[in-house]
Design a protein around this ligand. Sequence first.
Ligand code: ZN
Length: 179
Amino acid sequence: MTTTTQDTPGGTAHEPSEIRFACDAMCGGLARWLWGIGYDATWSPDIDDGDLVRQADAQGRVLLSGDGGVFERRLITSGQVRALLIPRGLRRLEQLTYVVEQLKLSVRPPRCMTCGGLLQPASREEVAGEVPARSLDWASHFYRCGQCGKVFWEGSHWRRIGKVREAAANLSGPAAPQT
Ligand SMILES: [Zn+2]
């Protein structure tokens, strides 16, 4: 099932049903949490609305924006680009909750919280030089980001992500009623 490959310019392979996102410049925190629940989301701090809409169109991404102006663009009003307006005043985890509820997202294996890349399991030996000795001793699972190379293990940071993931999973649980 986890045969998704890296997102690389010019060559993208993904399941057709897999929903992917393009976040506006203000939604960086939301993008990170989407990575945390396993979704492909692009984010750039200085992308302008035109580029964002074109990117969503070219890559088949759902555009997430807190800026109502974006929604007047033709590619969106015509329905060619799917987009979701993130209500103002929500904090980032509330934004995540909103997106999960609106789009009935299920929680997937986490991606890299630094760049959004896919994480690959790594052996203790492979990461020995990059993980503090104590963590190397007690952690049982290690992962390496296939995109930026960062190593993750199940420490306190992972547990914190775990709580958010659990909350998101409860929202989108199997018995989510149709509205
Ligand atoms: Zn990464």
